[in-house]
Design a protein around this ligand. Structure first.
Ligand code: DAH
Length: 341
């Protein structure tokens, strides 16, 4: 019997000797220690066949074997698991001295930055946003804006026609009519969007963006326009920047003005940016022409209004010093990544 026990110990040790995996070791453990099918459990069952006087001694040695086997497999399990963990850690080692792979963060396009900035500024003065369609009726883009078919001012904007009546809007001013047709004063809207003209050089592109503003209410004057544009100029170009209105002509405003800001580069002394004039032209504006109000069913004796329209790319080029408008459309990340604010 002693012999049998010793043999089983040797078998266990021999079976365990070549095992390098804790899962495999567990299978061997089961072969010996499983309550139902284990070989040590089977020995206990054999006890029934022994004469009663031999049973206590047999039970004792089998129990000793079982205790030994439990200890043995527990220590084998810890040994193998420790080795497995060490191997796993070694394979997952990170060299913290390696240079990190570059992380390139996206950025908003300068046009978007300017549009957002303008929306912020004018929303702070109570303006809400209106977005009109890019394909527009001739009526909204021109006729209702006091520019009928034979009007010479149509030549100011070289238009892409889709059909005799439909065109790619040349100005966000078209949105003024859509708003005034549908809303009663007081009106205070800001209208951003793409516009299209057959025009192409360093400062013009066939597609560009505008920001239109329109205010209509009782008692609105040119002073209100300049007051709001002063807020715009200071916020976009810096404290101390002033505005100046010069007479101009647009069919939909009377009087019409061209708005300049004092040169934020030289403070007005004269430099390359302002071509030594101290002033930079930034937008067109004026008092809404009575005819335009009447075209939209607004009583021009009761209400007055002002409107303005600016090129977003022009503002971006001035503010960020972009020399060619094409740079704003080429999507060159070497340029765009410089506007990471
Ligand atoms: N629509 C004009 C243009 O594209 C800009 C403009 C001038 C808009 C005067 C206005 C305005 O609202 O009052 O050249």
């Amino acid at each position: 019997m002693e012999e049998l026990i010793r043999e089983m110990r040797q078998k266990i040790e021999a079976a365990a000797a070549s095992v390098t995996d804790s899962k495999e070791m567990y299978q061997i453990r089961k072969q010996y220690l499983d309550n139902k099918s284990g070989k040590i459990s089977a020995l206990m069952k054999n006890m029934r066949d022994l004469p009663p006087e031999k049973r206590p001694a047999f039970g004792k040695v089998v129990n000793e074997l079982k205790t030994w086997a439990l200890d043995f497999f527990t220590s084998q399990d810890s040994r193998l698991k420790a080795a497995e963990l060490a191997a796993k850690n070694a394979s997952e080692t990170i060299d913290v001295t390696m240079p990190a792979s570059a992380f390139r963060k996206g950025a908003l396009h300068p046009n978007t930055l300017i549009a957002n900035e303008l929306i912020d500024i004018f929303a702070g003065m109570g303006f809400t946003i209106f977005e009109g369609p890019e394909i527009e009726n001739d009526y909204y883009n021109f006729t209702a804006l006091n520019t009928p078919k034979d009007h010479p001012a149509r030549d100011m904007q070289d238009t892409f026609y889709v059909s005799p009546e439909l065109l790619l809007r040349t100005q966000t001013s078209a949105g003024q009519i859509r708003v005034m047709e549908n809303a009663k004063p007081p009106i205070k809207i800001l209208s951003p969007g793409k516009v299209f003209r057959s025009d192409d050089d360093a400062t013009h592109s066939p597609m560009f963006s505008q920001m239109e503003g329109l205010v209509v209410d009782k008692g609105i004057t040119l002073c209100d326009l300049q007051g709001m544009l002063d807020v715009f100029a200071r916020n976009v170009f810096g404290e101390g920047v002033k505005t100046r209105l010069r007479p101009s002509y647009f069919p939909f405003t009377e009087p019409s003005v061209e708005v300049d800001v004092s040169c934020f580069e030289c403070g007005g002394c004269g430099c390359r940016l302002c071509k030594d004039t101290g002033w930079i032209e930034v937008l067109g504006a004026g008092m809404v022409n009575k005819k335009v109000l009447e075209n939209c069913g607004i009583d021009s004796d009761e209400y007055t209004g002002f409107a303005f329209g600016m090129g977003i790319e022009r503002i971006a080029m001035l503010k960020y010093g972009v020399p060619n408008i094409k740079m704003l459309f080429e999507s060159d990340v070497r340029i765009l990544s410089q506007f990471n604010e």
